[in-house]
Design a protein around this ligand. Structure first.
Ligand code: NAP
Ligand code: ZN
Length: 368
């Protein structure tokens, strides 16, 4: 037996869970800033539920709705200025991974004066404000991780803040908020969750606890993804996806992510490919690679998702992904060099070198 499991987030799930558990919000303080995206939380009922819950506990609040996809430090500094001006003692983050991650970084920046480099350092002497998280996509699992992944123009990629002080104190999972997710967002985010579960299962940092959670996430996704590919939707499917994404988030909180995410960040930063889709594009080739470096674990990933062999798994990915993007030979070399220098590689069985990573890009995208 081997484990080093830590997950300090209270997870509350079910239809209506925000309003029914308003006390869990009230327990975090008396003044809150709600950090959210530009529009979806106003349309899917999550923002009004949070506002009602805060109001019912006498919590004064302000709403900061300026967070778009792939936020950078400047976006988080904007939220932090509002948090300071309002003198908030906690945050409620509502939305997909972008607002959740921005809120986590803002929770640090509101308490600490940090340069751009210091912001990624993991050293925050004045701590961070507590956070309640309400995910409205089923993908990132950010509601149960210690990561905030931000666009970093200085580094020319996406970079992570990884610090235990930004694990949300509480996460509310209500699949009703997902009902009107655009099909493409639902697919891309599900691919992100699949990638977290598969990479986590295969990670050199996997332990008995993280594997148990990853196995369940893979089982759920193995049943849900073929339905998504067929264009099915509905509350049962959304609940399944939200649970799988949450379990997979708990997995990467233990194992971190591996080569797939390392490679995906350049696809997002340089090519504008959505985060989940970027991982989905790379996952099939990565599983082929892992058959050589972690044969038993990669076979288990296939079996848990319901496949006898890699061909069926890759055919499902193809149906979900449709036409693949292309890369120039120069981009391929640059992206492989960049990924090879990331800390994710140390978590990846076989520690793939630059040439191996270039081969994985070439197997995953059309090279012009
Ligand atoms: P996202 O960028 O948060 O949201 C994508 C789009 O979906 C936005 O246009 C958003 O609109 C919309 N949306 C969100 N919820 C919706 C709903 N319920 N109904 C309709 N539309 C909705 O996408 P994401 O894939 O969830 O998050 C990606 C980010 O998370 C990336 O930055 C990635 O690096 C990061 N990430 C973090 C972790 C972690 O552990 N912290 C893990 C993986 C990925 P609005 O803007 O109007 O809300
Ligand atoms: Zn991810």
């Amino acid at each position: 037996m081997r484990a080093k499991f830590y997950l300090p987030t209270r997870v509350i799930a079910g239809p209506g869970c925000v309003k029914a558990n308003a006390a869990a919000l009230g327990a975090l303080g008396s003044r809150a800033v709600v950090v959210t995206g530009k529009s979806s939380s106003k349309e899917n009922g999550s923002l009004s539920d949070v506002e009602e819950a805060l109001g019912s506990r006498g919590v004064a609040y302000a709403v900061y709705d300026g967070i778009g996809p792939n936020p950078g430090l400047e976006d988080c500094r904007g939220a932090a200025r509002t948090i300071r001006a309002f003198d908030a003692d906690f945050l409620v983050a509502i939305g997909g991974g972008s607002p959740l991650d921005a809120a986590k970084a803002a929770a640090i920046l509101a308490r600490n004066e940090l340069s751009d480099d210091e912001a990624f350092s993991g050293n925050y002497p004045r701590g961070a404000l507590p956070i309640a998280a309400v995910p409205t996509t089923a993908g990132t699992g950010s509601e149960v991780t210690q990561y905030a992944i931000l666009t970093n123009d200085k580094a020319g990629t996406k970079s992570s803040i990884a610090w235990e002080g930004i694990f949300p104190a509480v996460a509310f999972l209500d699949a009703r908020y997902l009902a009107r997710l655009p099909r493409q967002v639902r697919i891309n985010t599900a691919l992100d969750a699949l990638s977290h579960a598969a990479e986590g299962y295969l990670s050199l940092r996997a332990d008995d606890w993280s594997r148990a959670l990853a196995a369940e996430a893979l089982r759920i996704l193995g049943r849900a993804l073929p339905k998504l590919a067929l264009g099915e939707s509905g509350s049962d499917l959304d609940e399944a996806l939200l649970l799988a994404a949450n379990l997979a988030g708990a997995v990467i909180a233990q194992t971190a992510t591996t080569a797939v995410h390392a490679m995906g960040y350049s696809l997002t930063y340089r090519k504008g490919i959505d985060h989940g889709r970027a991982n989905g594009l790379l996952l099939g080739a990565f599983l082929d690679y892992a058959r050589g470096t972690a044969p038993e674990a990669s076979q288990a990933v296939l079996r848990l998702t319901g496949f006898e062999d890699a061909a069926g798994f890759k055919a499902l990915l193809d149906r979900l992904l449709g036409k693949r993007e292309s890369l120039s030979a120069m981009e391929l070399r640059e992206f492989a060099a960049m990924a090879s220098k990331t800390k994710h590689i140390a978590n990846t069985a076989g520690a793939p070198d630059e040439a191996t990573l270039a081969g994985l890009y070439a197997a995953s995208l059309a090279v012009r």
